[in-house]
Design a protein around this ligand. Sequence first.
Ligand code: ZN
Length: 386
Amino acid sequence: MTTLLIDNIGELVTNDGGGDLLGLRTKAAVLVDRDRIAWVGPSVHAPAGDRRIDVDGAAVLPGFVDSHAHLVFAGDRAAEFAARMAGEPYTGGGIRTTVGATRSASDDQLRLATGRLVDEARRQGTTTIEIKSGYGLTVEDEARSLRIAREFTEETTLLGAHVVPAEHADNPWRYVSMVCGPMLAAARPYAKWMDVFCERGAFDEDQARTILTAGRDAGLGLRVHGNQLGPGPGVQLAVELGAASVDHCTHLSDADVDALASNVTVATLLPGAEFSTRSPYPDARRLLDAGITVALATDCNPGSSYTSSMPFCIALAVREMRMTPAEAVRAATAGGAEALRRDDVGVVRAGARADLIVLDAPTHLHLAYRPGVPLIRHVMHDGVLR
Ligand SMILES: [Zn+2]
């Protein structure tokens, strides 16, 4: 018993050719063979599977690809959120609060907390998730965060350069040297990516370039937090160094948009952060109209965006950033895959991973049309349906 036919699909989002952005097919079926998709086509031509499920006209999509999440941490910052909603500005300084709690937590506590968030994301349709370190900020605590993250995903990112920890505040370059030297060496076995928070109050352009170059030299792919709180060098640096993605992109110059338009670096938008910090949203239309590949991700973290919900981010993207539902769904699936340089997820085609969502709705439009409603009926991950 190795194959499963998912039949009677009302609308199938494939992200694979066809005349529209989502490669939509109607009256479709998908044959899954263990952890891979074996066949995609019209129901009437579907091969017999060892088993068959009838989804009764529901919409089926590739599983969401959340390419930006900070899930290894202890504690929460609900009081900081309440203060911000009462009028205090967001500065990013609260990260140090979570660093203290994370350093004090045991491995098992961190593993349990991370697993709970991964499971929460899965129930909302996320089948690929990137997980960053960044709340340890010592050699040992960053390596342990990534070791734990690796238990849940292969998309793991060293974000030792999240902020300069308090004990290095008098000499940030000493901390940069530590990130590039012993921290990178200790984290390397568990990390696929290197990231840096390139922002006023975190790491400046020279520091960010030093950190990213060290990561690249160690064989890691690159990602950048850039242009979130104000204009800055993050986008240009990401493009210059060939980063897979630059994330946030809230404050962009014309030169930033031009640089993204003529390079392969994906612009990842994280509207949960603007929602949770009551900040202006990025100008998604400007990016899309320039032909730039846009990804949507949650930025799930205890400070500035404590949501693991990709459907919520899709609804925000449509309502607040003027993306069409099709653009938002594409960004949350194929866009995220491109931001992680993956061609085996975010797509429904023969040979891709069997990561699928069955909606409790007839079309993908409902993800934005019915915000806040649990529309995920089934999630298939690695060919296992639940
Ligand atoms: Zn982030």
